[in-house]
Design a protein around this ligand. Structure first.
Ligand SMILES: [Mg+2]
Length: 420
């Protein structure tokens, strides 16, 4: 059996954790640069606020209904997510972190009566110990577990836990489950399926596997088999190291000046390098990209990326940011207003697996590595950007985050004060 836990309205729930006055009120969290809605409380959903709705279109309803709006606070969400995942690990050794707020659990060989006990206990403990509400669905396959989680969210009577075990129950649920909500069936496929009269998961499972394969390939057949109760998507260990690390952002306003973009690229490179060191890796390739604002009509457009191969594997902010800024020099063009840039590190290996190259000076590598640990430690203790490379500039890159809550759990300055 497989379980899927999904935090309810995760970003909003994180905001509420440190601000209980938001409970019962409509709350939304906005994407980078306060663009559009990426998380909604049930109250906001009930008011008809849609996922992805741009905030500038919502001015009136925000005012009229008193919707609380927050800029995305990923330091907070990331930390709460790590706590949820830690808690889950204490219940099941087999876990696959699927996204910031979702994880699959392995219940192989666990008897049904035990799942009936553990399931609600997981939901209760995460709410009590971490403070955010979660839903848990359990069934024979990952795809069916996803369906079960949906049910546990939809029906409050389940108290956040739903076990779909008996074939007759599953059949009943699937006969009402919309085809577009099946895990792995995207928007394009659901359109195609509907054009053939396939509206529900049951309709989908009634097609022949050949029919599905000819239109949706092997992944489609996997979904088909999984819905019929045959587990064929295994639990992946995503806690493994990342193969690529990317940091990219849009700017609050278009940037025309090389120096400004260089500062941004150096900052993103530093952030990527920090993530790289966190997983004890070193990369061989640094890729950067810059692009203009595609939504600005009449403006000249430019998109370009460049990859740099480093001489040896590196985890040093200096090396990586240096390579990124050099690459920027090659692709930057005067006269264009750039809206976004990013730095992607790839060809990542574990540092412990690497042998020192013949030409590398080991004492220099050692020095740089201790410098990096000091830098990480200081930034950890006193907040990001306490120490940075000069290339990243003294002024921080501005992004629009006018409604940002505090980093309650990751910065000493922001720790909550209790007056007694
Ligand atoms: Mg969720």
């Amino acid at each position: 059996m497989f379980g899927l836990t999904d935090c309810n309205n995760f970003y909003v729930s994180c905001e509420r954790l440190f601000n209980p006055s938001l409970n019962g009120k409509p709350v939304v969290v906005l994407s980078n640069n306060d663009g559009c809605v990426i998380s909604r409380s049930n109250e906001a959903k009930a008011l008809g606020v849609k996922m992805g709705e741009p905030i500038f279109k919502m001015k009136e309803i925000v005012k009229r209904e008193g919707i609380a709006c927050f800029s995305a606070n990923f330091s907070l969400y990331g930390d709460i997510s790590a706590r949820v995942m830690d808690k889950l690990r204490s219940f099941s050794p087999g876990i696959e972190i699927y996204s910031i707020d979702e994880a699959f659990l392995d219940f192989t060989g666990v008897p049904e009566k035990d799942i009936f006990q553990t399931g609600p206990e997981i939901v209760r403990r995460i709410k009590k110990d971490v403070g955010v509400p979660v839903s848990l669905g359990v069934s024979h396959t990952k795809t069916l577990a996803k369906v079960a989680t949906r049910l546990s969210k939809k029906y409050p009577a389940t108290k956040g836990f739903c076990l779909m075990e008996k074939p007759e129950d599953i059949a009943k649920v699937l006969s009402k489950f919309p085809v577009e909500d099946i895990w792995g069936v995207g928007r394009a496929y659901s359109k195609m399926l509907k054009s053939h009269g396939i509206e529900t998961a049951t309709d989908f499972t009634k097609k022949s596997p050949e029919w599905i394969k000819s239109r949706m390939g092997v992944p489609g057949v996997k979904s088909w088999r999984e819905l019929r109760g045959e587990a064929c998507i295994r639990l992946e260990d995503r806690t493994l190291d990342k193969k690529q690390i990317c940091t990219s952002r849009s700017f609050a306003k278009d940037l025309y000046d090389f120096e400004d973009i260089c500062k941004a690229v150096a900052t993103f490179a530093a952030a990527s390098a920090e993530k790289l060191r966190h997983q004890k890796g070193a990369c061989r390739e640094v890729l950067i990209f810059i692009l203009t604002n595609p939504f600005k009509d009449n403006a000249k457009q430019h998109y370009q990326s460049a990859a740099v191969n480093l001489e040896t594997h590196s985890d040093s902010t200096f090396t990586i940011a240096g390579a990124a800024c050099n690459a920027l020099r090659d692709i930057f063009r005067e006269g264009y207003g750039y809206k976004k840039a990013g730095v992607i590190l790839s060809e990542i290996s574990r540092k412990s697996d690497l042998t020192l190259s013949l030409f590398e000076d080991s004492s220099k590598a050692d020095k740089e590595s201790s410098l990096m640990s000091v830098m990480d430690e200081i930034n950890m203790r006193y907040g990001r950007h306490s120490l940075y490379t000069a290339a990243a500039g003294v002024e921080k890159i501005k992004s629009n985050q006018n409604m940002l809550s505090k980093r309650y759990t990751t910065s000493w300055d922001d720790i909550i004060e209790v007056k007694v």
